[in-house]
Write a protein that binds this ligand. Structure first.
Ligand SMILES: *Cc1c(COP(=O)(O)O)cnc(C)c1O
Length: 494
């Protein structure tokens, strides 16, 4: 199956899945999309229901990554989603209460849903290097404000022909996040704090990516730079798997019968997760509505109401920080799928120059047929966390709280009888202080102490990646001036 850019469509040159994964972004600035969306066949759900997660993943990924063999995909999926990495299952579905179910995507090594993609994507990239005849080592550079850096480090650690180097702002990440990165294991990893803020780290990394001299220097050392960006198709494809897997599990557990329509509510930032759900729906999975849940950075709620995307607005810092986003990059893929490359190219050019665009009437109708938007205030999110704990004994994190709160309102307003699958994107322990405060109306002073306090009070188990985090050996303590980033990158590439 060939891949094309969202901004040129079939006027552009086709690439293989391996090339799309290696390259990340298309030459015209667009995102890669497969030339068609494969369909589920009669009997697929029943058959997949009997398989474990890696076998489901190998089969579903195989429909998209046709230049990878089934055995390659299975080997990568079995490593990525092994029981020692995903303790308690890769993507289990739990009943919350009433018509509400939770798809838990946070049982991996960093206790958040980015692991679902970042555990397998590096392995797909490593194979892509071989398939495209690339002999150099890829150095993944990441500037992080916290969570993505750690998930990328865990994903790329000890993967063949790849190195990873992460920069974070010395005073711009939480103590837990800093400890998670400073204690990172792996032979091919490096972590470096920058004197400065996240922008300094981000600007430094961008500067290095754009520097031809550095590229040449690295080339002489047998290296080239690559990014772990969330718009890479290699991160999107693995996310399609868990929607289909969740449906299989709901059939197996008797929550639904095969063929029943479910609605799905996704806490959304960059639009990657929910777009993967849309692809699963296009493949024929019986999903009715996709509810796009936002926090008070509600640019997507307004878009789904009006057809106008307008990023010119105040940015809010919330207790669901992974959803504090004003440009949802993967929305470009939805525009392309619904409207084609011409309208997509127009909208993206307008977003670039004016910070806003309006889709055509027909495009808006097609999107409204499937999606509906909603958002939760901080108070509504806290109330959702408290009520699901008190009424059902179900503990959820702040991002899942946003989604649950939106799902409840959607259920009331639409009157749907469908079962609603709420996508749960982080362990409550990752945001323990805010979760604790939401339930007990009292703010723990120390974020590390909040983890134990939450466990003691609720009598629930701490997610394994966050246990004993204060006791691990620190490997990376270096703090550098932002002007020295180039040198540090070249040194690491030796
Ligand atoms: C990244 C992230 C999200 C947002 O997912 P998108 O794919 O960017 O929409 C939601 N919750 C958590 C915990 C995340 O880490």
């Amino acid at each position: 199956m060939n891949y094309f850019s969202t901004r040129s469509g079939k006027n552009g040159s086709p690439v293989t899945a391996a090339q799309a994964i290696k390259q990340g972004l298309a030459d015209d600035g667009g995102l890669f999309m497969p030339e068609g969306i494969p369909s589920l066949q009669d009997g697929d759900i029943e058959r997949l229901s009997k398989l474990d997660y890696p076998h489901r993943a190998a089969e579903i990924l195989g429909k998209f990554l046709t230049d990878y063999t089934y055995d390659e995909l299975l080997e990568d999926a079995e490593t990525a989603y092994s029981p020692d990495r995903f303790v308690g299952g890769a993507a289990p579905v739990r009943h919350i209460g009433g018509n509400f179910y939770s798809l838990e995507l946070w049982h991996g090594p960093t206790a958040a849903f980015k692991d679902m993609a970042l555990q397998i994507m590096p392995r797909l990239l490593s194979r892509a290097l071989k398939k495209t005849g690339e002999e150099r080592t890829a150095t993944i550079l990441v500037a992080t404000s916290g969570d993505t850096g750690k998930a990328a480090l865990e994903g790329y650690r000890d993967v063949e022909q790849i190195k990873i180097q992460v920069f974070y702002p010395q005073n711009g990440v939480s103590r837990v996040q800093k400890l998670q990165m400073a204690t990172q294991l792996g032979e091919n990893v490096d972590v470096c704090a920058i004197e400065g803020n996240f922008d300094d780290a981000q600007t430094g990394v961008k500067r290095i990516f754009a520097d031809k001299q550095i590229a040449e220097n690295l080339n002489e050392r047998g290296c080239f730079l690559s990014s772990a960006n969330s718009i890479n198709w290699g991160r999107l494809a693995p996310q399609i798997v868990y929607y289909i897997s969740a449906y299989c599990d709901m059939v197996s557990s008797g929550a639904i019968s095969c063929g029943d329509v479910i609605d799905v509510c996704v806490p959304t930032g960059n639009f990657g997760n929910i777009f993967a759900g849309y692809i699963a729906r296009r493949m024929g999975l019986p999903i009715g509505r996709l509810v796009c849940a936002s926090n008070c950075n509600n640019v997507l709620t307004d878009f789904l109401e009006s057809g106008k995307y307008d990023r010119n607005r105040a940015f809010h810092t919330t207790m669901s920080p992974s959803m504090d986003i004003l440009i949802s990059s993967n929305l470009e893929r939805l525009l392309y799928t619904v409207a084609g490359h011409e309208e997509t190219a127009r909208c993206m050019a307008e977003l670039n120059t004016k910070g806003e665009y309006t889709v055509s009437g027909a495009t808006f109708e097609a999107i409204k047929d499937v999606f509906c938007g909603g958002y939760s205030t901080e108070e509504q999110t806290a109330a959702a966390i408290k009520s699901t704990w008190e009424n059902y004994g179900y503990l959820m994190d702040t991002h899942t709280g946003v989604a649950y709160s939106c799902a409840e309102r959607y259920s009331k307003e639409s009157g749907t009888q469908n079962k609603i699958l709420v996508v749960s994107t982080a362990s409550a322990y990752k945001f323990a202080a805010d979760v604790y405060e939401s339930i007990y109306d009292e703010k723990p002073e120390d974020a590390l102490a909040a983890v134990d306090m939450l466990s003691d009070k609720t009598n629930t188990e701490i997610a394994y990646p966050l246990r004993d985090i204060g006791k691990r050996a620190v490997r990376f303590e270096r703090v550098i001036d932002k002007c020295d980033m180039e040198k540090v990158v070249l040194d690491f590439a030796k």
